[in-house]
Design a protein around this ligand. Structure first.
Ligand SMILES: CC(C)(COP(=O)(O)OP(=O)(O)OC[C@H]1O[C@@H](n2cnc3c(N)ncnc32)[C@H](O)[C@@H]1OP(=O)(O)O)[C@@H](O)C(=O)NCCC(=O)NCCS
Length: 178
């Protein structure tokens, strides 16, 4: 297993991985929604605002995650993890957790202060995410499932309440994704 930073030459392979994994887990329509989202994320996000990571076996991508910049009112540096896909035949073998840990370590090396995500708390708690109230940090779009709003500090500081809105990158700024 090789973990690497996302390289644009892998874009098509990565988009197809997201399409396949989400089609298999949530149906073809959702597979298309996520493939479109990832296509848009890669095409419209400035390189300094997007950090992707891949897991490869024999030069085939079997897992991919993206972190994109979340602008928060405290002025701290924050990124949000979304989306995440592990090849269906390789799920539940620990690749997802290893890949997320690899990505969080990379963010720490860039002096990122905060990481957010929006998903299943029982899964993301395995890599240090905890539920966070919107009274502490607002989500950039209305949340259909507020229990899925999750965060972790990467610099050892407690996450202090911050007043004001947060802003995600354009590709993620779609209420249908939240
Ligand atoms: C969800 C997903 C990213 C997890 O990655 P993974 O490599 O399969 O997970 P890991 O092997 O690191 O960890 C699995 C453990 O997490 C726990 N877990 C909790 N919620 C889970 C969930 N929704 N899916 C998978 N595992 C989950 C389980 O305890 C599991 O251990 P077990 O098999 O012993 O019960 C992957 O299954 C996937 O791509 N699913 C389809 C797409 C998706 O839902 N993406 C996330 C939303 S963006």
């Amino acid at each position: 297993m090789k973990f690497s930073l996302f390289d644009e030459s892998k874009s098509l392979e990565v988009i197809e991985l997201f399409r396949k994994v989400f089609s298999e887990s949530e149906g073809q329509a959702e597979g298309q929604v996520i493939a479109d989202f990832v296509t848009n994320l890669i095409a419209t996000t400035a390189p300094e605002d997007l950090k992707g990571c891949t897991a490869e076996i024999n030069q085939t991508v079997v897992g991919c995650i993206f972190f994109s910049r979340l602008t928060v009112p405290s002025g701290q540096i924050a990124f949000i993890l979304s989306p995440v896909a592990i090849s269906s035949d390789m799920q539940r073998t620990g690749i997802g957790q290893k890949l997320i840990t690899y990505g969080l370590d990379h963010l720490r090396s860039l002096n990122v202060n905060l990481a957010f995500t929006y998903g299943d708390p029982s899964y993301y708690s395995k890599t240090g995410f905890e539920q966070i109230s919107e009274h502490i940090v607002k989500a950039p779009c209305p949340l259909s499932q507020p229990i899925g709003w999750l965060a972790q500090s990467l610099d050892g500081q407690v996450i202090e309440p911050m007043a004001g809105p947060t802003k995600c990158v354009e590709a993620l700024n779609d209420p249908a994704l939240w």
